[in-house]
Each structure stands twice: as structure tokens, then as C-alpha cells.
Design a protein around this ligand. Structure first.
Ligand code: SF4
Ligand code: SF4
Length: 357
């Protein structure tokens, strides 16, 4: 049987607002069946890089928060810290950035809780038996949430071809250790030009893999290093670097496997909403927008993570009048995501698009 994906466009009238349309779509797609009274509901989204404003407008987010509150459940907005240094590398900076982007209580009516703790150290190990992943490292507060609402802003992506619900869940729910396992085949190393020998990283390393050498610079023993990447977030001088040496194919495989690790624990407790607006070549981690690739299309709703991603691609290609992502990233085998996710039993690319006026 085909999976259902519900669709609304952004066209509104004086009689029918965008919230009326979202409400109807949630209702027809069976959103309330995924939430029970008192559930702690993780609304997984991306707060955007410092100067990226393409992300989901907080006023939309408020509507989803209020819809969850109306079911007597407890929503919170969440994301995990980044692998690399920047404004989302620890929970304090990350939360402050969310506030600067308007995700404040008075607007969104829910708290922001970064799921993997102060320095990205708070994770749960999920065992799965897939090609590249036997243990996945997931941000604790997402893992322990009773339900997830994945609010995804669809974009292109320079390493994976596109970023939609599978990436929002697979990469976006991983702790820093999980992100390193996806992005890199090596351990972090120290850039001696930047290191001031302050030893902060030494104090944080749980396995004593870092020492300060006679040169006054830190050194990471690769044999001891467990790849948690904590040192990256605690170095005040951005002196710990990562080798981004995973291939796009490997990255997409890992992201799909991590998405399985998150979703397999939440059967029937995840709902997906994907925004097809402000669609750019680069993802929302980029501090530059670039031009919008197609006019805004609409919003998709589904319980099937594979179907909603396939429908997102198809609607964008239809609007562009060509296979846009193939043209943008001809060397990235991004379509493999769909066949692999189906093989893992995560959903179906065969979907029925239900258009709601
Ligand atoms: S925290 Fe950074 S600057 Fe300090 S010793 Fe470690 S790598 Fe060097
Ligand atoms: S990534 Fe390695 S060196 Fe850095 S804190 Fe973790 S275990 Fe220690």
C-alpha cells in the first residue's frame, strides 16, 4: 500500500489562513494519533547558522507547539550541538543563537532544550545491526522523549546532495561522537598554530588521550582517543580540527542508519512536517543564503520518513522542470538513500500525494 503524504501550498485567502490549512493537514494525516497525554514531545528542528534566516519561521513553530499543548502533552524545541566550532557548538551558545533567531518563549511558547547536553557529552548508545553502524550515539533528550515531531526545512547539501527529514533525524539527532563517526574516518588532531597549551581539553578528555607536550602544545594519542569529539567543543581557540574525509556515499549511508537508530525506538511516535520554502543550494548550517533555487512550494505532512523525502524531491523537481539536485550535485549518489532506507524497513518511496486546498 502506498504511504500517504499530505500537501498544502502557501496560497491563502481572507477566509482561509495558512494555519487553517496546516490544521486540516495535521488532522487528515493523523498527527494526534502519534501523541498521548503527558508525552514529552521533542520538536526537532534547525535554528540556523548565525546569518542564515532560511529556517522555519518561529510563528509556524508556535502553531505546532500549541497543537501539541492542546493534546495535553509537553513540547520542547530541540537540536544537537555541532561537530565543528561555531555558534552551535555548546548548549549555551546554541540556545542563545536560537533566541537571537526568535525562538523565544513569548513567540514559540515552549522551551529550547539542546538534546546532547552542555558540551555535547550527553548521549545514549543505540545498538543496531546495519552495514556501517553497530552502535549509534543519539542525543539523550531526543532518545528519551516519548514522541518526536520532525520539523524539517528542505535544502540542498554540499556533502549529501539534499537535506530533508532523513538528514534532520539521522544527523540532527546524533551526539557529537555520532557526528564524528559519520563525517570522519579519523580521530581529531591539534592545530599547533592555534593551540596555546591551556589544557582545557586535557581536563575534559574522559580517556586521558590528550597531553601537553614539552613544546607547550596539546597532543592527541589516536590509540587512546575514543572519538567523542568533546575536545572540539571545549577548546576556546578552535585549535582541534577534524578531517572531513568520509565520502558522500558513506555519509549518506551512515545518516540513514542513524535515522533508523532514532526512529526504530519511536514506532508510531514520530510525525514529519517538511517545509519547501527558501530552498537553497547549501544547508542551513551555512552562513550564506545563496539564491533561492525555486519559488516557495508548500508544506508536507506524513508519518513516513522515506515517502516525505521522496515527495519533497519530486515536488521541487516538478517546480524546477528538471532533476535539480542531480544537476546541482551530479557526483553525489544521493538517490541511494531511498533504496537503502526502504531496505532497512524505514518506509516507502511509493507514495500518494494528497493535496489539501
Ligand atoms: S583546549 Fe585548545 S588551546 Fe587549550 S590545550 Fe587544548 S587544544 Fe590547546
Ligand atoms: S575526541 Fe578523543 S581526544 Fe578528544 S576528548 Fe574525545 S576521546 Fe579525548
Amino acid at each position: 500500500m502506498k504511504s500517504k503524504v499530505y500537501f498544502i501550498d502557501f496560497h491563502t485567502t481572507f477566509q482561509r489562513s495558512i494555519f487553517d490549512k496546516i490544521g486540516d493537514a495535521l488532522s487528515q494525516a493523523g498527527f494526534k494519533d502519534t501523541i498521548r497525554e503527558h508525552d514529552k514531545v521533542a520538536i526537532k528542528l534547525h535554528f540556523g547558522a548565525e546569518t542564515n534566516f532560511c529556517v522555519i519561521n518561529p510563528r509556524y513553530v508556535r502553531y505546532f507547539v500549541d497543537s501539541i499543548l492542546a493534546l495535553d502533552a509537553k513540547p520542547f524545541l530541540t537540536d544537537t550541538n555541532t561537530l565543528y566550532a561555531g555558534q552551535r557548538v555548546n548548549s549555551i551558545d546554541h540556545t542563545n543563537l536560537a533566541i537571537r533567531h526568535g525562538y523565544v518563549r513569548s513567540v514559540v511558547n515552549a522551551p529550547v532544550i539542546i538534546a546532547d547536553g552542555l558540551a555535547g557529552q550527553s548521549e545514549e548508545v543505540v545498538k543496531i545491526d546495519t552495514k556501517e553502524t553497530k552502535e549509534a550515539y543519539i542525543g539523550s533528550d531526543i532518545h528519551h522523549a516519548d514522541a518526536i515531531l520532525a520539523l524539517t526545512h528542505m535544502t540542498g547539501h554540499e556533502a549529501t546532495g539534499f537535506g530533508a527529514a532523513i538528514k534532520n533525524i539521522g544527523m540532527g539527532c546524533a551526539s557529537r561522537k555520532g557526528k564524528l563517526a559519520m563525517h570522519s574516518l579519523s580521530r581529531p588532531s591539534v592545530n599547533h598554530d592555534r593551540c596555546l597549551g591551556c589544557a582545557r581539553c586535557v581536563q575534559w578528555c574522559q580517556v586521558n588521550a590528550i597531553s601537553i607536550k614539552e613544546s607547550g602544545k596539546a597532543h592527541i594519542d589516536e590509540e587512546l582517543c575514543a572519538g567523542c569529539s568533546m575536545c572540539i567543543s571545549v577548546c576556546p581557540f578552535n585549535a582541534i580540527r577534524i578531517k572531513w574525509n568520509a565520502s558522500s556515499e558513506f555519509l549518506n549511508t551512515k545518516i540513514t542508519e542513524y535515522a533508523l537508530a532514532v526512529t526504530s525506538h519511536k514506532k508510531d511516535k514520530i510525525f514529519y512536517v517538511t517545509f519547501l520554502n527558501n530552498i537553497t543550494r547549501l544547508c542551513d548550517c551555512a552562513n550564506i543564503h545563496g539564491e533561492y533555487l525555486v519559488p516557495d512550494i508548500g508544506i508536507l505532512f506524513s508519518k513516513d520518513i522515506v515517502a516525505i523525502d521522496r515527495a519533497s524531491i519530486d515536488l521541487i523537481n516538478e517546480k524546477a522542470g528538471k532533476n535539480l539536485f542531480k544537476e546541482l550535485y551530479p557526483d553525489i549518489p544521493w538517490e541511494n538513500i531511498f533504496s537503502y532506507a526502504e531496505k532497512l524497513g524505514m518506509g516507502s518511496s511509493d507514495y500518494e500525494l494528497v493535496k489539501i486546498k
